[in-house]
Design a protein around this ligand. Structure first.
Ligand SMILES: [Zn+2]
Length: 315
């Protein structure tokens, strides 16, 4: 029996997913969170679990076999790019990606089969990768793997994915655009001003999935006031669909001061969303809420935002 109902995954195997010290997505992202977590003595209220490695069978729940072959091959020497120039290959990236995806799937097992109700994985939420290709620093899409695990292995019919990273979660959205079992809600910087350029308000799902997706493009320089004004739309939308499990991508790149976006929330936005989703999970999902760190390239913002999220989740 665990003593706490909330856990976080920490360890060098997760920090190893990144593109080196000189890249915005480097190993320090993990370390600054870990340091802030201990400074705030959160280990007294939240259990720490070690990263877990998965195998290609799990990756294949979401990704194409040929794409995984390509990642394994380019992982040997770390040369070139996995896409058109955003996502460089790095040596050991296949193993690193297996730890990100493995920790996410292990967290699902902890929540579905064991005593934990809530989990947070800092280096996760790689929401741009598609089934056949990498994109935007994302070698694999652990969010997509998590969704497929919940649909295929646990036979859930209503899985919610909520994303407040500055960037649109295009890899998740387009992979499940016509699947009504994914309840998708995404607040992001308007695609006219930021990568990947997608996520218009008119994109609500296709075919029988029409109406199961909510995209809210936010203007550049959006602040907490605007976030708090729009968040109830996400709450009402989710409430209407009564999710059985909630995934939360809480990217810290929508916080003021991020070097690659133009958003200006404070960590209060993320803490509020985490508390709101925790309450919703209690109402509909036996408390099950899995949060993934997502983006965020300002180290101070990562430290304060992710600790605010786990604190809100731990209650
Ligand atoms: Zn982002």
């Amino acid at each position: 029996m665990s003593k706490n109902s909330c856990c976080v995954y920490l360890g060098g195997k997760l920090a190893a997913y990144g593109f080196g010290n000189d890249h915005p997505f480097g190993p320090q992202r993990h370390h600054v969170f870990e340091q802030a977590f201990h400074q705030q003595q959160l280990e007294q209220r939240i259990d720490i679990l070690s990263p877990v490695k998965t195998d290609r069978r799990t990756l294949e729940l979401f990704h194409a076999e040929e794409y995984i072959d390509k990642v394994i091959e380019q992982s040997k020497f770390g040369v070139g790019y996995l896409d058109n120039g955003d996502t460089p290959a790095f040596t050991g990236m296949y193993e690193a990606a297996c730890y990100v995806a493995g920790s996410v799937v292990d967290a699902i097992e902890q929540l579905m089969d064991k005593d934990y109700k809530k989990a947070f994985i800092p280096i996760a939420g790689l929401h741009h990768a598609r089934r056949h290709v990498a994109a935007g620093f994302c070698v694999v899409n652990d969010c997509g793997i998590a969704i497929e695990t919940l649909l295929q292995k646990y036979d859930l019919q209503r899985v919610a994915y909520v994303d407040i990273d500055a960037h649109h979660g295009d890899g998740v959205f387009y992979s499940f655009e016509d699947d009504p079992r994914l309840i998708f809600a995404d607040m992001h910087e308007d695609g006219r001003f930021l990568y990947p350029g997608t996520g218009a308000i008119t994109e609500t799902g296709k075919g029988r999935a029409t109406g199961t997706k909510l995209n809210i493009p936010m203007p550049p320089q959006s602040n907490d006031e605007l976030f708090f004004k729009m968040w109830p739309h996400v709450e009402n939308f989710l409430e209407k669909h009564r999710p059985q499990f909630i995934l939360f991508q809480c990217g810290a790149d929508s916080i003021k001061g991020d070097p690659i976006t133009h958003m200006e929330y404070s960590e209060k936005a993320h803490a509020h969303a985490a508390k709101s989703l925790s309450d919703m999970a209690e109402r509909h999902c036996n408390g099950k809420l899995l949060a993934m760190g997502g983006g965020g390239y300002n180290h101070d913002n990562i430290a304060k935002t992710w600790t605010a999220v786990v604190e809100a989740m731990a209650g």
